[in-house]
Design a protein around this ligand. Structure first.
Ligand SMILES: [Ca+2]
Length: 216
């Protein structure tokens, strides 16, 4: 009888070889995921095949679809909890939060928009946003519109937030002490935009390690 190698080792090797960006956090149980949730009228959150940023290793091209097909003021939201968080994530060692949204390759601007970050991209205003809970007096909200934007060869955009997080409107109290939770949330409805967005490659970088969530 042939002895099988440990499942965790096989999976880790496969994932590291396939994803490149992914940093394995130690065990299968500890792998950081984005777990979709939604509530209220017209809301839906789900990992969707063939919707994400094309990437080596993500053969099903998963993207995180967040929909709110109701008015912004409706008590409804679509989002995902990033869990389990990388161990020992604190306000002191958190170096980056980012996600990607869809876009168009090449010039992504029109003259009346006045810039490279033109209209040919997924919805990016006060939401989608990160919501970070820590020992700070209030939650830290990092709105898509406030992030640094980098256009990728695929046409997708990376939306990135780096310290000091207090510099971002909505995060005046910063991120301090132990980080209790990190979510991505879509709360803007179809009265101010399309009412949906697709995210991919949600990234937490802490203590020099990047944890990238690009599929279920
Ligand atoms: Ca993906």
């Amino acid at each position: 009888m042939t002895r099988k190698p440990p499942v965790a080792s096989c999976l880790a090797v496969t994932l590291i070889a396939g994803f490149g960006l992914l940093v394995w956090s130690g065990t299968v149980e500890a792998q950081t995921k984005a777990r979709p949730y939604h509530f209220g009228l017209g809301a839906l959150a789900s990992w969707t095949r063939d919707a994400g940023n094309p990437a080596a290793g993500d053969t099903n091209q998963y993207g995180l679809y967040l929909q709110k097909n109701s008015a912004s003021l409706t008590f409804a939201a679509a989002g995902a909890s990033i869990t389990p968080l990388p161990s020992s994530t604190t306000g002191g060692n958190l170096q980056e939060l980012s996600f990607q949204i869809s876009g168009y390759p090449g010039t992504d601007g029109e003259p009346f928009e006045g810039g490279l970050f033109g209209p040919s991209h997924g919805y990016c205003e006060s939401t989608p946003r990160f919501a970070v809970s820590s020992t700070a007096p209030s939650s830290c909200f990092l709105a898509c519109a406030q992030g640094a934007k980098t256009h990728l060869a695929s046409g997708w955009w990376t939306i990135k937030f780096v310290p000091p997080f207090t510099a971002y409107p909505g995060c005046e109290d910063g991120v301090t002490g132990n980080v209790a939770s990190i979510d991505v949330v879509m709360q803007d409805g179809n009265d101010v935009g399309p009412g949906n967005v697709v995210l991919d490659n949600i990234t937490i970088r802490r203590s020099g390690q990047s944890f990238v969530v690009g599929n279920p």
